[in-house]
Design a protein around this ligand. Structure first.
Ligand SMILES: [Mg+2]
Length: 277
């Protein structure tokens, strides 16, 4: 190769390397600036058959529990009941998460949530209505306990959402809405005094016992493990990868503000376990 040709080849390689480096940097920049940390969890909720199958699994299990309790009930026993959470247990706010991401939000947004609730766009969780009707048809009362806050309209909005979706027992006797607290124990005890609660349904550990309401991730896991035999038995849990008290255990609050500091905390949570270099 002539000296001039050699120079041309070296120049060409340098230009190619520079171009690919710049292109790579640009791609990284695009993926970082366009990345929304909520996207994958929301996409799973919106599309995964597995997400829906977990609801069927939960309600099939709950149906079996109620069926067994109906077979075992004896004269003089307390009547049977089921105690259930609403949001992400019986009602799925899929539309909210789509709206949130479409709005460029990467953390739960209370203002969007509060303006979305009165639109009544919740959908029924797969299998939920069949299970609730099975309870109703067999005289098993269902008590709904939820924690919401949309101001003075909170209770009416929650009750109306049940009525619109033809949920049985959609009345003031069976619906408790907690506004000031997420502690469900008083409502649970009140029902358990009069009824044999066959099972509790929820998407957050707090839907079962308040003792799980701790801010330390490892402590929360350990508390759950102490009760491992109850899950799939007395406690039927449903999936929620977007929000709940697992978020509180990471950030110290259930609805942390969207900040770079909190995005960093999410990254630290995501790399809690990793291989050593
Ligand atoms: Mg819930």
């Amino acid at each position: 190769m002539r000296k001039g040709s050699k120079f041309m080849v070296i120049c060409f390689i340098c230009v190619m390397l520079l171009t690919s480096t710049v292109a790579g940097a640009a791609t990284d920049q695009v993926s970082k600036t366009d990345g929304n940390i909520l996207t994958m969890a929301a996409a799973w909720k919106q599309t995964a058959a597995e997400y829906r199958a977990l609801y069927h699994q939960g309600f099939n299990l709950a149906t079996q529990k109620v069926g067994a309790a109906l077979r075992d009930i004896k004269s003089g026993d307390k009547p049977l009941a089921v105690l259930t959470d609403l949001d992400d247990t019986l009602l799925l706010p899929l539309n909210y998460w789509g709206t949130l991401i479409e709005s460029g939000k990467d953390f739960f947004d209370d203002a969007i949530w509060d303006s979305w609730i009165p639109k009544y766009e919740m959908t029924v969780a797969p299998g939920a209505l069949d299970f609730l009707k099975y309870c109703k048809d067999n005289g098993v009362e269902v008590f709904y306990v939820t924690n919401r806050d949309q101001g003075d309209a909170t209770y009416d909005l929650a009750l109306e959402s049940l009525k619109r979706l033809n949920f049985p027992y959609a009345d003031k006797e069976h619906l408790t809405v907690l506004i000031e607290t997420s502690n469900k124990e008083d409502a649970q005890h009140a029902v358990a005094e009069k009824f044999n609660v066959v099972c509790y349904l929820g998407d957050s550990l707090n839907d079962f016992k308040r003792v799980y309401y701790v801010k330390d991730v490892d402590e929360r896991i350990a508390l759950m493990e102490n009760d491992r035999a109850l899950f799939g038995d007395k406690f039927i849990i449903f999936p929620n990868p977007t929000d709940g008290h697992w978020i509180r255990a990471i950030f110290g609050e259930s609805e942390p503000p969207a900040s770079d500091e909190n995005r960093q905390k999410f990254k630290e949570a995501a790399t809690k376990n990793k291989s050593k270099p």
